[in-house]
Design a protein around this ligand. Structure first.
Ligand code: ZN
Length: 189
């Protein structure tokens, strides 16, 4: 889940994950953390992983190396200040990566290979159908915890995948035993 925390929508997502006993990885935007630390603490308590999704969601390919380091370091600092583990994974906003970005971020790049496009959907059924069709072993599903629509789609998606014997893990769990080189990118297994 990307782009949170959002106090209006993230709690609903967390409640569903807790009820379903499903872990997830939350790629948080640093500027949205102050005042919402309790949401990160709830994620960590639930066994969810917290990843870095920049300070305020710019396209990193348009930044300078100094700006990139600020985006990463400020976010690491506010996550740590919330009392939860520092992220080891970075999800670049928009998936925008080039060699300059790669060489200036000392975290593993965590991309995705299943995009149900919840950000463009008008109805939860669109996200449910796209998620169920795209599901594959080792897949990384990119959703966003900033939309009510996504929380409305989540229980049907989880129940469908559970019914097909899928098992849910965090991204670091998915990457375990699949070493990614320094500054390398991981899209899924
Ligand atoms: Zn994003």
């Amino acid at each position: 889940f990307d782009d949170g925390p959002n106090p209006l929508t993230t709690p609903d997502i967390l409640a569903i994950l807790e009820k379903e006993q499903v872990p997830a990885t939350f790629f948080v935007v640093g500027s949205r953390i102050p005042g919402n630390e309790v949401l990160l603490q709830r994620m960590a308590h639930d066994g969810d992983e917290i990843g870095n999704h920049s300070w305020n969601h710019p396209d990193f390919t348009k930044l300078t190396p100094v700006q990139i380091k600020q985006q990463i370091d400020q976010t690491q600092a506010v996550v740590l200040a919330a009392g939860v583990p520092a992220p080891t994974l970075f999800r670049p906003p928009y998936g925008a990566v080039n060699d300059m970005v790669r060489s200036n971020v000392d975290l593993t790049f965590a991309l995705w290979n299943e995009d149900p496009k919840d950000w463009a959907a008008n109805r939860p059924t669109q996200v449910i159908a796209a998620s169920e069709t795209a599901a594959q072993p080792g897949g990384v599903v990119d959703l966003h915890d900033i939309y009510h629509l996504t929380s409305h789609a989540l229980t049907p998606i989880i129940d469908n995948l559970k019914g097909r014997s899928f098992h849910f893990v965090t991204m670091s769990q998915l990457m375990a035993g699949q070493p990614v080189p320094p500054h390398g990118e991981f899209f899924g297994r």
